[in-house]
Ligand binder design. Structure first.
Ligand SMILES: *[C@@H]1O[C@H](CO)[C@@H](O)[C@H](O)[C@H]1NC(C)=O
Length: 130
């Protein structure tokens, strides 16, 4: 095995094409839920939708499920970020936020390239994205 192959394999195993670790994340401790709850399943489905759609336009505001288990999601990539980098950032954000806030129904995560939030309460209008 040559050096290049070893390098490529170690890059692959590190598993992350994202540019950076999250800059900041926040789990709202007043929104604790069980990871086996319906709302938690809805968060997973919401995040799958966010990952598949955000990079198309660089922005998504969406919701999933029915009350009282409805969840709202918002994600945005920085305007100068390519759709490829946007996808990679959002994909990592969706994975990391669930690892960092596995039992909260309101969580946010910021990267240099993108931002992602979900909440069981409607929040989109109060978000200041400037
Ligand atoms: C929510 O869970 C976190 C960590 O699991 C805990 O620190 C916090 O006290 C909990 N909040 C409430 C309101 O129970």
């Amino acid at each position: 095995m040559n050096l290049l192959n070893m390098l490529l394999i170690s890059l692959f195993l590190s598993g992350c094409s994202c540019r950076a670790d999250p800059l900041w994340n926040s789990c709202n401790g007043n929104t604790n839920i069980s990871s086996s709850s319906r709302i938690s399943a809805n968060i997973d489905r919401l995040l799958a939708e966010v990952v598949s759609k955000t990079a198309l336009t660089g922005y998504i505001a969406t919701s999933l499920g029915k009350d009282p288990d409805k969840v709202y999601g918002l994600a945005e990539c920085r305007g100068d970020v390519s759709s490829k980098d946007c996808l990679s950032c959002i994909r990592d954000a969706a994975k990391q936020i669930r690892q960092r806030c596995p039992n909260q129904a309101d969580a946010r995560i910021w990267y240099d390239y993108c931002f992602l939030r979900y909440n069981k309460d409607y929040f989109v209008r109060e978000v200041n994205t400037s």
